[in-house]
Design a protein around this ligand. Structure first.
Ligand code: KIV
Ligand code: ZN
Length: 499
């Protein structure tokens, strides 16, 4: 093992995917997993198999789909979880079970109603059991960030003796300061017998905006694996962003640490994940935000034009931001569309590309130029093709002094329905008309409209939360017509209803 090599453990498809409204289907997860493989990540955490049949199936399919990275499955320190994880990983060329338990006093007392000694016993039992089923076992000490170092060292030593090859030290609540987190890793490096035979892993959350700083502090103190997600997606404020750690280690040679990440693929993977999860990347996000390389002040522009090193510590090309301005319009052919999709990390079968091309032309007729973001939105919308409720047409009359009226046509499993209604605005009228056809009790809980680039010809994205039968459903729609996008988002929710 090269002592300066940092292993990248990507958990976009497990910790990242826990965000409400960002769930991916198995085909999308495979697409992300393949993109992560070509990015050069070492480990892909593909899911938590016991949690749902969908997660189980995703781990099975990702195990079949990727070759080089280790595929990892999460479990609690519970025998049944471990059995199910091992079964889901059956086809993986390299497999790892990630098992663990909470070790902070808060977790021990309130979550497990247990005590420190019993937690060590459960941890050891889980690791030993997992080692009977797979060769590589990683242990996580949940809430290690708030676990006292002396006890944490006892837990880590016990699980190493039980057969764990990698030990994860999560700052589950994002509470640690960088110096503190580094000191924790250093304490373990210095006080745990057998630590030289295992890899310590960082797993930081961004609640206080310190995830990347804590991760780098942990790596500098001796950890050699970091757990990250693309764009930093994850519950609450998210996880450490993969792209930030990869570029920190690349830009700061003085740290003396290397990863296997092909950084020129960062931009396309970031766009792929953002598009599939319907999770926009903030414009000023480090490395992958739209403005990350945009210099707008006169002094900066002048300096960068004289020599880019005046204000840039890395080149846009290092992360795959290409200056290639092939403009996609209604005159663009299949080949240009296919090329651009591939740059964005989206590959399609020839049949799928044919139907996608027709949708692209429809959008290109409405907009002069189709941007990368438009394509990602379109590719996201495209997956709704199998939905049983579809919008056939929508006509809305509205304007100052007029009562908005909408007529709508729906196709429900091949049968046609029409209705018309008025409302206090065009969206309200359209939704009222739709409700006359879909006679179900449902309430909009959240409704956000967002434009994705600029200009009055832009595509608007609508995110919606609808409550039905005591459950919340998330829907998404995108269109140059914001009323249509809203209705599409509503229909997307309806298509997800469980009954
Ligand atoms: O944040 C955390 O503690 C986790 C563990 C389950 C690894 O995600
Ligand atoms: Zn986590």
């Amino acid at each position: 093992m090269d002592g300066n090599r940092v292993y990248i453990f990507d958990t976009t498809l497990r910790d990242g995917e826990q965000v409400p409204g960002c769930q991916l289907n198995t085909i999308e997860k495979i697409q992300v997993a393949k993109a992560l493989e070509s990015l050069g990540v070492d480990v892909i955490e593909a899911g938590f198999p016991v949690s749902s049949p969908g997660d189980f199936n995703s781990v099975v399919e990702i195990s079949k789909a990727v070759t080089w990275p280790t595929v990892c499955a999460l479990t609690r320190a519970v025998q049944k979880d471990i059995d199910v994880a091992a079964e889901a990983l059956h086809h993986a060329k390299k497999k790892r079970i990630h098992t663990g338990i909470g070790t902070s006093d808060q977790h021990i007392r309130y979550k497990f109603n247990s005590n420190r000694e019993e937690i060590i016993e459960r941890a050891v039992r889980a690791v030993k059991y997992a080692r009977q089923l797979v060769d590589e076992v990683e242990f996580y000490a949940e809430d290690a960030g708030r676990t006292d170092n002396e006890y944490l060292a006892r837990v880590v030593e016990a699980v190493i003796k039980a057969g764990a090859g990698i030990v994860n030290i999560p700052d589950t609540t994002g509470y640690c300061l960088p110096g503190e987190y580094a000191a924790k890793i250093r304490y373990l490096m210095e006080h745990v017998e057998g630590i030289e035979n295992v890899i310590l892993s960082t797993h930081c959350h961004d609640d206080l905006g310190l995830a990347a700083a804590n991760t780098v502090a942990g790596l500098s103190a001796g950890a050699r694996q970091c757990e990250v997600t693309v764009n930093g997606v994850g519950e609450r404020a998210g996880n450490t962003a993969l792209e930030e750690v990869a570029m920190i280690l690349r830009c700061r040679h003085d740290l003396g640490l290397q990863t296997n990440v092909n950084t020129t693929k960062i931009s396309s993977v970031s766009r792929l994940v953002s598009g599939l999860m319907n999770m926009p990347v903030q414009a000023n996000k480090a490395i992958v935000g739209r403005n990350a390389f945009a210099h707008s002040s006169g002094i900066h522009q002048d300096g960068v034009l004289k020599d880019s090193s005046t204000y840039e510590i890395m080149c846009p090309q290092d992360v795959g931001v290409d200056d290639n301005n092939i403009v996609l319009t209604a005159r663009s052919g299949h080949a240009a569309l296919k090329y651009r999709l591939e740059v964005l990390g989206i590959s399609m079968s020839p049949e799928r590309l044919d139907s996608f091309y027709q949708e692209f032309l429809r959008l290109a007729d409405q907009k002069k130029q189709v941007s990368d973001d438009d394509l990602l939105v379109l590719a996201g919308a495209h997956r709704q093709e199998t939905a049983h409720v579809r919008l056939d047409y929508l006509q809305v009359t509205s304007g100052r002094g007029l009562k908005p009226v909408a007529s709508i046509g729906l196709d429900i499993s091949g049968e046609k329905f029409e209705a018309a209604a008025s409302g206090n605005g065009p969206v309200d009228a359209a939704i009222n008309a739709l409700k006359l056809i879909i006679r179900r009790q449902m309430t909009i809980k959240e409704f956000t409209i967002q434009n994705i680039t600029k200009g009055s010809d832009d595509v608007g994205k609508v995110h919606m939360q609808v409550e039905h039968d005591g459950r919340i459903y998330y829907g998404f729609g995108a269109d140059t017509d914001i009323v249509s996008a809203s209705v599409e988002a509503y229909i997307d929710c309806i298509n997800k209803f469980k009954n």
